[in-house]
Write a protein that binds this ligand. Structure first.
Ligand code: SF4
Length: 369
């Protein structure tokens, strides 16, 4: 049985976050100059739900102070939908009937060319769990190709060993994104029915292995809806804090994915409303003022527009969750989940500029890899 390590255990603050904190506690946390897990718990609590306006104002001021008027943009590139995993909530799980596809490395370059011509300088390469169709050599090959096109190449793939991460860094990879999905060990076991992803600890420790191996950025997150979001967000905060303390030269970012409709029809036990999601994002901005907070095209345009620059400093845009499709040469129809914001890059950037924000495509030089 997996256990949550003491270092990230959210339980000391859970009762406060679930309802023990009062309005005065939330107001004190809102005014705190050095917020920690106690303040985060108060700001995540139902009592803080009544303070959304002042939380948004402070979140916006902190985002402006640390990130200026910029919103960094990136695009995901799904390389393969092959996966031996049995994740209950995923359209790529191995018991889904949908056909599987994989971009040959040469095809991936067609997609990269297309993304480059759209203006992107940062790409996130995605696959499922390790399998013969998409193994380490394949990922490394695609990273090396991507590094010839983009200044910043990140991966959202299966957990790897330290030596493998070192190899990815040598191939030009800057960072990884790896969501724990849920930090609750019991529920983690229930959702990950089979496959290598069942190993809670191997996944939890992977960002640390990657940073130790020389990758410069680690993106963390919990898939909101799978478990009590307050449990997951407190653990996520502690996970990020522990990594920041030990790998202080590295960059940590935090994403807020919510469960989306997918083939398989999974419905979350803990749906998170728009209002709660906004509260959670503001709470993280207040407690981690200089950490990039990320929001993807899983969310609807109105919500994304409202969050841009108000807590959120990094966003995906023009995303396809299918394998291929950017170049028009390779088009497969089944995605990992449904995208809610289908706007093209011009329309999205026009929205940002109308809100007095500046889209940023490049904040990293390939020469610094
Ligand atoms: S979430 Fe990842 S590991 Fe799980 S089935 Fe989907 S692609 Fe595979």
């Amino acid at each position: 049985m997996n256990e949550v390590p003491e270092q990230i255990d959210p339980r000391p603050w859970l009762a406060a976050a679930r309802g023990g904190a009062r309005r005065e506690d939330a107001m004190r946390a809102l005014a705190s100059d050095e917020p920690g897990p106690r303040e985060l718990a108060a700001l995540l609590s139902p009592a803080a739900g009544a303070l959304l306006e002042p939380m948004a104002r402070r979140a916006q001021a902190l985002t402006r102070r640390h990130f200026g008027r910029t919103v960094q943009l990136y695009v995901p590139l799904y390389l393969s939908s092959h996966c031996p995993g049995g994740c209950l909530y995923c359209g790529f799980a191995s018991d889904r009937a949908a056909p599987r596809h994989r971009l040959e490395p040469e095809q991936s370059e067609d997609e990269m060319d297309a993304l480059k011509s759209m203006g992107f300088e940062e790409v996130l390469l995605l696959t499922g769990e390790r399998c013969p169709g998409a193994d380490y050599a394949y990922v490394r090959d695609c990273v090396a190709r991507a590094a010839r096109h983009f200044h910043n190449v990140n991966v959202e793939v299966f957990p790897m060993e330290t030596g493998e991460y070192r190899g990815l860094a040598e191939a030009g990879c800057s960072g990884l994104t790896l969501y724990q999905e849920t930090y609750d060990p019991g529920r983690y076991e229930r959702f990950h029915r089979w496959g290598p992803k069942r190993d809670y600890r191997a996944r939890l420790d992977a960002p640390e292995r990657a940073l130790r191996a020389g990758l410069r950025f680690a993106g963390l997150g919990a898939l909101l809806g799978l478990s009590d979001p307050r449990y997951d967000l407190l653990a996520l905060y502690r996970h990020a804090a522990a990594l920041r303390k030990q790998y202080w030269r590295s960059g940590i970012s935090i994403s807020f994915p919510r469960i989306r409709d997918q083939e398989g029809g999974f419905r979350p036990d803990f749906p998170v409303s728009d209002r709660e999601l906004a509260q959670f994002i503001y709470a993280f901005r207040l407690c981690l003022p200089d950490v990039p907070l990320v929001l993807s095209t899983r969310e609807r345009p109105a919500l994304r527009d409202g969050m841009a620059g108000v807590g959120i400093s990094k966003m995906s845009v023009a995303s396809r969750t299918t394998v291929g499709g950017y170049s028009g040469r390779t088009q497969y129809s089944e995605g990992q989940f449904e995208v809610s914001d289908g706007r093209g890059i011009d329309e999205f950037c026009a929205m940002l500029r109308a809100a007095n924000l500046e889209p940023v495509f490049k904040n990293w030089e390939a020469v610094y890899r």
